[in-house]
Every structure is written in structure tokens, then in C-alpha cells.
Design a binder for this molecule. Structure first.
Ligand code: FES
Length: 104
């Protein structure tokens, strides 16, 4: 079952400009939200390889490179850029004027 969670107002949609990212904790889950070209994407802040934080990874287009060992993930799907074996969890999310909704 999918439920929607509203991220607190301090992390409102208007505070997440294009090209920016935000770290949020929702129900004990560490999540990174990206605004790429006006669309928002949310992923776990834990790399599926060995658990490193993905927040500071470099983003090229939709591909986020883990700062620990360099695996790259598509933030739209969570799939690895090359090969298979690890997928980062993604969350459906929606940008609104005063909130960001994340489906858990
Ligand atoms: S922990 Fe991310 S690539 Fe190893």
C-alpha cells in the first residue's frame, strides 16, 4: 500500500530551485530530493553498494555518482547506469507551491 507524506514546510517546493537538492528525513528514512529541470526526484540517501550517503554525489543529467566507489544511478529509476546488481530505492514525489509530497 502506498501512502503520501508531506515534507515539512521548511522544505517547501519553492525552496528547492532547479538544480538544487535537499536532504529530508521522513518516518526515519533518509531521503534526498533533487530538482532537475523543474521535475523532482527522490531517492534513498543510502547507496545500495555499501551504504554511503548519496547526498554529496555528483549529478550529471539524471545520473548520480556515489562519492564512495563511483557507482552511478539514474535518479529517475534507481537503476545502475552500467550493469546490474544494485538499485537505489526511489520514491514518487510531487513539487507543489508550499510542499513536497513523497509517496512512501
Ligand atoms: S558505497 Fe556507493 S559505490 Fe560503494
Amino acid at each position: 500500500m502506498t501512502t503520501s507524506k508531506i515534507v515539512p514546510a521548511c522544505l517547501s517546493g519553492s525552496a528547492l530551485a532547479q538544480g538544487q537538492r535537499k536532504f529530508v528525513r521522513v518516518d526515519g528514512k533518509d531521503i534526498v530530493i533533487f530538482n532537475v529541470n523543474g521535475e523532482v526526484y527522490a531517492i534513498d540517501d543510502s547507496c545500495p553498494h555499501s551504504g554511503a550517503s548519496l547526498f554529496s554525489g555528483s549529478l550529471h543529467g539524471y545520473y548520480l555518482t556515489c562519492p564512495a566507489h563511483g557507482l552511478s544511478f539514474d535518479i529517475r529509476t534507481g537503476c545502475m547506469r552500467k550493469g546490474t546488481g544494485f538499485n537505489v530505492r526511489t520514491y514518487r514525489c510531487k513539487l507543489a507551491d508550499d510542499s513536497i509530497e513523497i509517496d512512501q
